[in-house]
Design a protein around this ligand. Structure first.
Ligand SMILES: Cc1cc2nc3c(=O)[nH]c(=O)nc-3n(C[C@H](O)[C@H](O)[C@H](O)COP(=O)(O)OP(=O)(O)OC[C@H]3O[C@@H](n4cnc5c(N)ncnc54)[C@H](O)[C@@H]3O)c2cc1C
Length: 503
């Protein structure tokens, strides 16, 4: 059977893969492409996670795509609404017709001699392997292992009589109505689960080893709602998006520059919300704001269920599970009928697929990224890795835009390959997510690309600087190398050939 060939092969039909495919249809309309997706549906994270209350903790004006407005009043959307938005976006751009579902990519091999990728995938329905070739590869595979969440072992687990569940693997038939629920964890997932489950459970306890910064946001954007009465939806959305980008960035920068001020403001907000219903110590982290990801709750829903005594937060370390719950090192016992281990994710890149360049396996962990989009020494490939200190999609969008600009540049100049080579001086020890001291980042440190030391190698995590650089900066910057046709040695790009902002 002939091997199907495409100009571009995209792996993953989540926010990043669908976004990249939409950008291709908009900005490179002549290119043929295919999207290989392991699951049966579009949406990635928003299809996988099914726990009660699943929602974004980014505002949807910045989490939505730059090219498709989010016109609902809700600031933080639930999982099904985000999935619907991604699905509708795919349908609007005709991307859904290019997706091959149940295809798990196992290996991507670049051949300089052939000037193309050979991608091997396994059809998850039939078990049969299939090959594809492509001129350019886009990885929209996210950053974590879909098969396994992070789940540390706890002493005495086997003693507990009830179900122990990880939120990444939520059973459809879990009945917790009228039951005592214990949630282990203090991240975004735990904080979302508490108010959602408190509606039906007898009581919910969130057990954390250490507190997290939690900020309450209005669930609905009343300003945009009011403006929508007098201004067109599109303009209101643009204004809300710009405002939120600036606010997010401002808060992040202020947290870095004046951590004491931000800490005091946040703790004051929490104290007000708690109204004395819980010890403020349970919400007072021993690190500065934004050293770890900051959690947000819509309209203080978490604090409301604590005030109503339907939930509480306990800080302590588990000594052992017991027949009826857990015992802490302090001697305190927490009784439970159901235990949820909201203990996090396991970092995994390329969805576990292996990467080869000219027959050599390339472990991504040792590589540095170029402009946070390409990988050093890997020709014709973009890896879409969004922000973790702001909405993921802000970066995913501009990474896809840059990829389209690069593809158009290659076409305009008759090149077929682009590759960036780094030297040791360009590579830092830290990983690209090193600035974020989250558990999954620490655990996944040896699986992530390295941070760069300067210039295009350095991942800045700053949309206001990245957006102009990726949208308008020169493609031919003297670092990226271009080749014509297969077999050819690197050739220098013509000086001054680049038209700024040209597509
Ligand atoms: C519970 C939860 C809440 C989150 N909330 C936010 C938030 O509020 N704001 C924010 O910015 N970020 C959030 N994130 C991060 C979130 O993952 C990103 O926002 C974004 O959805 C990632 O999109 P993606 O398309 O890059 O990756 P994913 O959503 O992970 O999608 C990757 C897709 O690639 C497919 N795939 C992977 N490997 C392969 C393979 N080998 N072959 C074929 N297909 C493959 C997967 O099946 C999946 O469909 C959250 C993450 C989680 C887990």
């Amino acid at each position: 059977m002939p091997v199907p060939h495409f100009d571009v092969l995209i792996v993953g039909a989540g926010v990043s893969g669908i976004g990249a495919a939409c950008h291709l249809t908009r900005e490179c309309p002549g290119k043929s492409y295919v999207v290989l997706e392991r699951r049966e549906r579009i949406g990635g994270t928003w299809d996988l996670f099914r726990y009660p209350g699943i929602r974004s903790d980014s505002d949807m004006f910045t989490f939505g795509f730059a090219f498709r407005p989010w016109n609902e009043p809700r600031v933080l959307a639930d999982g099904p609404a985000i999935q619907r938005y991604v699905e509708e976006t795919a349908a609007e751009y005709g991307v859904d017709e290019h997706i091959r579902y149940r295809m798990k990519v196992l290996r991507a091999s670049w051949s300089s001699a052939e000037g193309r990728w050979t991608v091997e995938a396994r059809n998850e329905s039939t078990g049969r392997k299939q090959r594809f070739t492509a001129g350019y590869l886009v990885a929209g595979t996210g950053y974590y292992d879909y098969d396994q969440g992070y789940r540390p072992p706890f002493p005495g687990e086997e003693r507990f009589g009830g179900p122990v569940i990880h939120p990444q693997h939520w059973p459809d038939d879990l009945d917790y109505a009228g039951k005592r629920v214990l949630i282990i964890g203090s991240g975004a997932t735990a904080i979302t689960l508490v108010p959602a489950m408190a509606q039906d459970a007898a009581h919910v306890t969130m057990l954390q080893r250490s507190p997290t910064y939690i900020m309450s946001l209005p669930a609905e954007d009343k300003i945009s709602e009011a403006l929508r009465r007098v201004l067109p939806d599109d303009l209101v959305w643009r204004m809300a998006r710009r405002r939120n980008i600036t606010l997010q960035r401002g808060l992040y920068r202020l947290s870095r520059k004046r951590p004491g001020v931000v800490r005091r403001l946040m703790l004051r907000g929490v104290q007000r919300q708690l109204g004395g219903a819980s010890d403020l110590a349970n919400f007072t982290p021993d690190y500065n704001p934004w050293d770890q990801r900051l959690c947000v709750v819509p309209d203080g829903d978490l604090f409301r269920v604590i005030r109503e005594k339907r939930a509480d937060v306990v800080t302590g370390r588990i000594e052992t599970f017991t027949e009826t719950g857990v015992r802490l090192e302090s001697g305190e016992e927490i009784e439970a009928d159901v235990i949820l281990t909201a203990t996090g994710l396991q970092v995994q890149l390329l969805g576990g697929a292996s990467l080869e360049v000219d027959g050599e396996p390339l472990p991504i962990a040792g590589l540095v990224t170029y402009k946070g989009v390409l990988l050093e020494g890997v020709p014709n490939a973009s890896i879409i890795f969004g922000y973790t200190n702001a909405s993921w999609t802000l970066k995913a969008d501009i990474a896809a835009e840059y990829t389209c600009r690069l593809l158009n540049y290659l076409d305009r100049h008759g090149y077929t390959q682009a590759v960036a080579y780094a030297s040791d001086a360009d590579r830092a020890e830290d990983s690209v997510m090193g600035a974020l001291d989250a558990g999954y980042v620490r655990r996944g440190n040896d699986r992530l690309p390295r941070q760069g030391t300067h210039g295009p190698w350095k991942v800045r995590n700053d949309y206001l600087r990245d957006a102009p650089a990726l949208r308008m900066g020169p493609i031919n910057d003297g670092i990226l190398q271009f080749r014509r046709g297969p077999h050819a040695e690197p050739v220098p790009a013509p000086a001054g050939a680049e038209v700024p902002a040209g597509r």
